[in-house]
Design a protein around this ligand. Structure first.
Ligand code: SAH
Length: 465
């Protein structure tokens, strides 16, 4: 069983620091089911590849099993386990690359937190669900996926195809993310765990899936297979995932009130939505996507104007969508109105085909809630994949914070903000994003402008070239 991971980050040999494995050495690790070898087939400044070769001992597998697992006895010796990527690989990843899997690196701390170009190749991956499922699992996480199916036997083409695939994944992600995705999704694809699945697996799944699982479109299938289809475990895990989302929502709601308390003197909220609606009308948009719609305040404004024929609100928080639905009284709208609007659950850091084909997208006070490490994924999801004609992005202008006496110096407007940008920071980001994806961008102030500090809110108007 062979897994390789390559990077073209410069200097590429920094991969060795991230993995805590010196590219000059070959190392071997004893595991309960065989031996893992780590070595580097290539290690130059331009490109570096690490290989994890797992040598599974079928005899050891049989010895490890107690009574009650007889099956037919040959199967214990003749099976695919030594040759394919499976839950054994996940166990090996923890043993061999545990530090990197935890997102740590003693010598390259910052690099561990930075998305870099990475490629993973798994030469023999059993995939129940085939290429479509492979794509449905990896593409929403931002990977390009290339797949080649192995024939059952090269010498007997008439026997047809096997369930084994040669899979290559490419993306700009943190190494930890790549390892975590492999750790969870390889056993999910294989769908055959080598050990008894108990409650401790829920903890592992939630820990490894913390950053991405609750927003993944195939969440249920992943949980179902990862927990080996044990209903009570699956129920517990799904409940925990939704409870975590709900607790997050409660904090969110409280924070929103705090933020409004700071900003409300000038009812900035209303001015923001007024400015966004005006820009949408000026762009002549008929179909509008409101990304990170929250309680759907902008959606009410859109619904009230019939020139917007198709309106979709999207949010990662299910609870917010429920509140939006209540606020808009969706269940009581007349059918003609009801047809104009949709609420969808999804994350802005995944490619999502439901977001394609709109005239305009609005992202109002959302980007500052994103983990900076996820900004790249956000840029691609919006500008490369959804690709609406116009994109309106608003975010706080941190310079203006000094105007608000009630806001202690140095504090952000909202506890959940991951960053707040100056005008220059926002414009630099916006220009580089627009350039990369073939958009032009201009900027509009929102709210009363301060002579030196500028407006409280800044808006970028991106137009597809
Ligand atoms: N646009 C709304 C809400 C802004 S609050 C308004 O102007 O009132 C930020 C919203 O972004 C929250 O509802 C939060 O759930 C959502 N959000 C945060 N991260 C997200 C992500 N990755 N994908 C989609 N929505 C996200």
């Amino acid at each position: 069983m062979l897994l390789t991971i390559s990077t073209t980050y410069r200097p590429a040999t920094d991969l060795g620091f991230l993995l805590h494995k010196n590219p000059a050495n070959v190392q071997s690790f004893n595991l309960p089911f065989g031996t893992a070898h780590v070595f580097y087939p290539e290690a130059s400044d331009e490109r570096c590849t690490v290989a994890l070769l797992l040598d599974i001992d079928p005899i050891q597998l049989v010895r490890g099993k107690g009574a009650g697992n007889e099956g037919f006895s040959l199967q214990q010796y003749v099976n695919d386990r030594p040759y394919v990527a499976s839950s054994f690989l996940s166990v090996a990843l923890v043993h061999v690359f545990g530090t990197a899997l935890g997102g740590r690196s003693a010598a390259r701390e910052e690099l561990a937190a930075t998305p870099i170009p990475l490629e993973a190749r798994i030469t023999v991956l059993p995939a129940r669900g085939g290429e479509p499922l492979l794509r449905r699992l990896f593409e929403p996480l931002g990977y390009t996926v290339s797949v080649q199916r192995h024939p059952l036997d090269e010498r007997f083409p008439e026997w047809g195809e096997s369930r084994y695939y040669d899979v290559q994944l490419g993306g700009t992600v943190r190494l930890q993310e790549l390892l975590t995705h492999l750790y969870v999704l390889i056993p999910v694809l294989d769908d055959e765990k080598h050990y008894w699945v108990d409650e401790s697996e829920i903890e592992k799944l939630l820990r490894r899936g913390q950053e991405w699982l609750s927003g993944h479109p195939e969440r249920s299938l992943i949980v179902d297979r990862y927990l080996a289809r044990q209903r009570s475990l699956i129920r517990q895990a799904l409940l925990r995932l939704s409870e975590e989302a709900a607790a997050e929502d409660d904090r969110e709601e409280e924070h929103e009130r705090e933020e409004e308390a700071v900003e409300d003197r000038i009812s900035l909220h209303d001015q923001r939505h007024g400015a966004v609606l005006a820009a949408l009308r000026a762009a002549g948009a008929r179909s509008v996507l409101d990304l990170g719609t929250g309680e759907g305040r902008l959606l009410s404004g859109l619904l009230a104007d019939r020139s917007f024929e198709r309106i979709t609100g999207m949010d990662v928080s299910y609870r917010s969508l429920e509140r939006a639905s209540r606020r808009l009284k969706l269940d009581r709208l007349p059918p003609m109105q009801r047809k104009r609007i949709d609420l969808i659950h999804g994350s802005l850091t995944y490619r999502d085909r439901r977001l394609e084909g709109y005239d305009a997208a609005t992202v109002v006070e959302v980007i500052e809630h994103l983990d900076p490490a996820r900004l790249r994924a956000f840029e691609r999801a919006v500008f490369e994949f959804a690709r609406p004609g116009t994109v309106l992005i608003t975010t706080p202008n941190v310079e203006y914070n000094a105007v608000w006496k009630s806001l202690p110096a140095g504090l952000m407007r909202h506890r959940d903000h991951r960053f707040e940008w100056t005008r220059e920071q926002f414009q630099t980001w916006a220009h580089s994003t627009a350039d990369r994806f073939g958009y032009t961008v201009r900027f509009l102030p929102i709210g009363p402008e301060h002579e030196e500090l500028g407006p409280p809110t800044q808006m970028g108007v991106f137009v597809r070239a």
